[in-house]
Write a protein that binds this ligand. Structure first.
Ligand code: DAK
Length: 256
């Protein structure tokens, strides 16, 4: 299987599993990712997802140059339609964490950029080298990187295609944390635990507000925030959150 999709309690773990190909994304893996994201979206028992790569060397080195890129070329004649993923075509408001265990290049970095939190091993490095192949990123890299880090740094990465190491990625705000390689998954799971403490409906609404709001004018963003707030204000979890706070106990959220 090119993707291992596992459920551990409320956490879904997506492991790109082509270590012999440095977890390059081929059509099969892209399809498996799409299916798994759709399952994660609709499975009410799951709250947070962690995406990582099998093996020591790579998170993912991007679209497989031997198989995926030729398909994309054929797509110009409409013979291949990409399945929806978090990079393009699938809105997913449950939080996602990228646990970057090694190289994250091209589509591999774009997959991580479509997550909300990025934690990297000290050995990781990342970049968008597509210009070296005569193309530009096609899974949102040009758009998400410019919105995430200082524009001068994004421009440098996009125009030169040169990768940066984990320390530099942390320094410029591309990733949240750098950890020793053998602490990566536990750091990602710790982060998932922290995200699972607050009310899940509120966490999802916060993600929706921040992601959709980025593309809106301030006025429209404030309208979006208001409508999401109003939806939460009528939830039982809001009552429970306030009661628990006043009664000095842990809240029991029911996602209602
Ligand atoms: N796909 C397939 N094989 C790859 C590959 C890739 N992306 N990158 C490297 N390889 C292969 C190499 O050919 C080599 O194969 P063998 O010779 O062993 O058969 C093997 O992986 C190991 O590579 P190296 O010999 O170069 O090993 P090193 O350790 O020296 O370097 C490296 C590993 C990963 C740092 C280096 O190979 C590298 O920089 N590779 C380039 C990675 C890259 O360019 N990634 C971007 C791919 S393009 C779109 C959506 C998405 C995209 C485009 C459009 N639309 C919706 C339109 C996305 C595009 C991309 O991601």
């Amino acid at each position: 299987m090119t993707l291992n999709y596992e459920k551990e309690g409320k956490v879904a773990i997506f492991t790109l599993n082509r270590p012999e190909a440095l977890n390059a994304i081929d059509p099969d893996l892209l399809g498996a990712l799409s299916k798994a994201f759709c399952d994660f979206k609709k499975d009410d028992t799951l709250e947070v997802g962690i995406i990582t790569g099998a093996g020591q060397r790579a998170f993912s080195i991007g679209a497989d140059i031997k198989t995926m890129l030729p398909e994309m070329k054929r797509a110009q004649n409409n013979s291949y339609v990409q399945p929806p993923t978090i990079m393009r075509g699938l809105n997913l408001w449950k939080p996602l964490i990228a646990a970057i265990n090694g190289a994250a290049l091209g589509g591999g970095l774009e997959l991580a950029l479509a997550c909300d939190i990025r934690i990297a091993s000290e050995k990781a490095f990342m970049g968008l080298p597509e210009v070296n192949l005569g193309i530009i990123p096609g899974w949102g890299g040009t758009q998400r990187l410019m919105r995430l880090i200082p524009q001068a740094k994004a421009a440098e990465m996009l125009l030169t295609g040169k990768p940066i190491d984990a320390r530099e990625a942390y320094r410029i705000g591309l990733i949240n944390k750098v950890v020793e390689p053998d602490k990566l998954m536990s750091a990602a799971l710790d982060m998932a635990e922290l995200i699972m403490k607050p009310a899940p409906l509120a966490v999802r609404a916060a993600k929706q507000a921040m992601v959709q709001g980025l593309n809106l004018s301030l006025e429209s963003g404030l309208r979006l925030e208001k409508s999401l707030f109003e939806m939460l204000a009528t939830s039982g979890d809001f009552d429970e959150g306030c009661r628990a706070m006043l009664e000095k106990r842990k809240p029991e959220f029911k996602c209602r």
